[in-house]
Design a protein around this ligand. Structure first.
Ligand code: KIV
Ligand code: ZN
Length: 520
């Protein structure tokens, strides 16, 4: 059985220290509840002594988030520890997390205290925390720049004082994977009572190595990883939780460990944290960036369509994301374009497809990325040659005291089809007559009219948007008579709808309509 790695999430504490990321109590609770669904082992909910708001948020989380351990940060001062306890005392599984500097730089320059005094403070603080709860974590701040012999003394002493977890932070993101692995190994082999605690790591990303350093530590005996959603955190951030978890899940051959994280909640958690903190996710971010499952090169698209495993090592569904996307560009091959059309339910014969593909390339040269709406517009363009229905005759009546009415006659092949109808105005009456002839009525989404030339006899252009099922079509018509221009625009839209319907695969509605057309 592989070893279990405990996932300690500090999004609400170190993550909230990201410049610009301020969360209110409700937002913190929302994130904590989502972290519970993600099934992290420990949630560091805040640093209660830092503000009354933080204290309140940690208290609320402790009351409402019951499954994971809830921990709160404290310096070695008594008031910090008492406040941390006040914040988490109602939690199902409370933990106090105490920290103090371990490096000479921090002790001398920041604390202005000797290593001996710091060691004593550490022990006193752990004992004090222990008087509140059994679960106490101790962190040696700036451990990667500290002297090993001093750290060994501190770790042994805090374990004797009752610490249950000892955390080794790379506070300034300075270490490298091999060096950090060796440090963890030295601690594991040289601290006599180390087996009594869980050894934890907490890596910052100043040199972009936070995830690699954390994983290296795991291979040398660390069993808790402190990390944050989307890698947010102080300065360049902390190790990204989603990267840590997915590395272990994707490469069990290199990392024979497991976590209890429900990876299918990763995508949702990541989006929620980004939305509430206002920190955007870089598009190329590993695991959760929008491009992480998008393929742009023609060769890659072709490979993925033949077999996903050619260019995908993680299935998007594993993290609860959307299936891989193909971004159609001028580099996309026929295979990818045909695949897209088929996904949109369009079926083209080889010759038709070739015409379509050439038009696609022309458009892709001008427009960098081609989306489904572009394909749809192109489809209409390519398929629309001869109109099915043409206006043969139109007569409308309207006025202050008359019911608006219209007589419309349409030509379809060698048939003439006529109907009379009334409506709210002459255009509505004419549209109703057209609907009666054709036998279906698409929804009119918008109607615009503009003069194309000057003067009272100006040409008017009517442009309308029609919707039928999932298709949106623009219809256009022109005339010096605006009622006639409106009917022509309506017919233009309807003709386009019929045309593209004939390229749709297995559309029953379309067959019905074709029958109707044939019977007219
Ligand atoms: O980076 C750090 O050293 C910390 C400690 C408080 C664990 O955040
Ligand atoms: Zn930190």
């Amino acid at each position: 059985m592989n070893d279990r790695i405990f996932i300690f999430d500090s999004t609400l504490r170190d993550g909230e220290q990201t410049p610009g990321a301020k969360l209110n109590t409700q937002e913190k609770l929302q994130i904590a509840l989502q972290l519970e669904r993600l099934n992290v082992d420990i949630i560091e909910a805040g640093f209660p002594i830092s503000s009354p708001g933080d204290l309140k948020a940690v208290q609320q989380i402790s009351r409402e988030v019951r499954k994971p351990v809830i921990t709160a940060l404290a310096r070695t001062k008594n008031e910090d520890i008492a406040c941390a306890w006040d914040a988490i005392k109602e939690a199902e599984k409370p933990r106090i997390h105490v920290f103090l500097a371990a490096s000479d730089i921090h002790m001398e320059k920041k604390l202005r205290k000797s290593p001996e005094v710091c060691l004593e403070e550490a022990v006193t603080a752990v004992k004090y925390a222990k008087s509140f709860t059994a679960d106490v974590e101790y962190s040696l701040e700036d451990a990667t720049r500290a002297r090993l012999d001093y750290m060994i003394k501190v770790i042994e002493a805090v374990i004797d004082a009752g610490a249950t977890v000892v955390n080794i932070p790379d506070t300034v993101g300075y270490t490298t994977p091999d060096e950090f692995g060796m440090l963890i190994k030295s601690i594991r082999t040289q601290v006599p009572n180390i087996d009594r605690v869980i050894l934890s790591v907490h890596c910052h990303n100043d040199l972009g190595l936070a995830v690699s350093n954390s994983l290296s530590a795991v291979t040398q005996g660390a069993r808790q990883i402190e990390c944050n959603i989307n890698g947010i955190g102080e300065r360049a951030g902390n190790a990204a939780l989603e990267e840590i978890v997915m590395n272990m899940k994707t490469r069990p051959d290199r990392y024979p460990y497991y976590t209890e994280v429900n990876t299918r909640e990763i995508y949702r958690t990541s989006r929620l944290v980004s939305k509430l903190t206002g920190i955007p996710i870089p598009i190329n971010k590993a695991v959760i960036g929008v491009n992480a499952f998008a393929h742009s090169s023609g060769i890659h698209q072709d490979g993925v369509l033949k077999d996903k495993s050619t260019y995908e090592i993680i299935n998007a569904e594993t993290i609860g994301g959307q299936a891989a996307q193909m971004i159609l560009t001028a580099r996309s091959g026929r295979h990818a374009v045909r695949h897209h059309l088929e996904a949109m339910n369009y079926q083209l014969e080889n010759g038709e497809f070739e015409t379509f593909y050439q038009r696609f390339l022309e458009l892709a040269d001008k427009k960098k990325e081609i989306y489904n709406e572009d394909l749809e517009a192109l489809m209409i363009d390519v398929s629309y040659t001869e109109p099915i229905y043409e206006l043969d005759y139109l007569q409308t009546t309207s006025g202050t005291k008359t019911i608006p009415a219209a007589v419309v006659r349409l030509r379809k092949d060698d048939q003439k089809l006529q109907e009379v109808s009334s409506g709210a105005g002459p255009i509505d009456a004419a549209y109703n007559a057209v609907d009666k002839i054709i036998g279906f009525n698409p929804r009119l989404e918008s109607f615009n009219i503009r003069g194309v030339t000057h003067g009272r006899d100006a040409l008017g252009e009517v442009s309308i948007k029609l919707t039928y099922e999932d298709k949106n079509i623009i219809g256009r018509g022109m005339s010096t008579d605006i009622v006639e221009a409106s009917v022509k625009a309506y017919l233009d839209g309807i003709n386009k709808l019929f045309k593209i319907q004939s390229y749709l695969q297995n559309g029953n509605h379309q067959n019905g309509r074709t029958e109707k057309i044939e019977s007219l």
